[in-house]
Design a protein around this ligand. Structure first.
Ligand SMILES: [Fe+2]
Ligand SMILES: [Fe+2]
Length: 171
């Protein structure tokens, strides 16, 4: 058994090998490194980095709350499981961003009325929200000049593309 640490969300993972995706934030395997090799470097956010991370925080909190709502509105076990997990992953993204901004973790509501009563509409909205997140993060990556900020947006684009694929052809 080894100890791994995710370079994106900084959560730990215990296992014989690194998982294909971080169970907390969804980052791909190359971001999961052995904890003994983990290093974090201090840096000061530029105004552009701060502004784009603040926008990311809002977007991730909003998407997390949407997913917790969608999870509560379906009897389909697979979709409820998927939505709940997506809610937790987007919550982890929001927490990751607050660490960079050096602000307290976000308040994420689990019972906001912000989704449809119809599961197929929520699948469609999930797709639209993930596509919107990807578009924003591509723009933020283009504007990024700081190594850590580039790393975060690169990883988030990969993760949100994975999420986009979950609802492909479902609505
Ligand atoms: Fe992670
Ligand atoms: Fe996502």
């Amino acid at each position: 058994m080894k100890v791994f640490k995710c370079k994106i969300c900084q959560e730990g993972y215990l296992g014989d090998a690194a998982p294909t995706h971080c169970p907390f934030c969804g980052a791909h395997q190359p971001y999961l490194i052995e904890a003994k090799d983990f290093e974090i470097s201090e840096y000061t956010l530029t105004d552009v980095s701060r502004k784009n991370l603040e926008k990311t925080l809002k977007l991730e909190v909003d998407n997390a709350e949407f997913y917790f709502c969608a999870a509560s509105r379906t009897d389909n076990v697979a979709d409820a499981t998927m939505f709940k997990r997506l809610g937790k992953i987007e919550s982890e993204h929001a927490s990751t961003v607050t660490k960079e901004l050096k602000i307290p973790p976000p308040d994420i509501s689990r019972d906001k009325d912000m989704c449809s009563d119809t599961n197929v509409d929520n699948l469609a909205e999930s797709h639209q929200r993930e596509a919107n997140a990807i578009n924003h993060y591509i723009k933020f990556l283009r504007e990024a000049t700081q190594e850590r900020v580039i790393e975060i947006f690169t990883a988030l684009i990969e993760i949100e593309k994975d999420h986009l694929s979950l609802t492909q052809g479902r609505f």
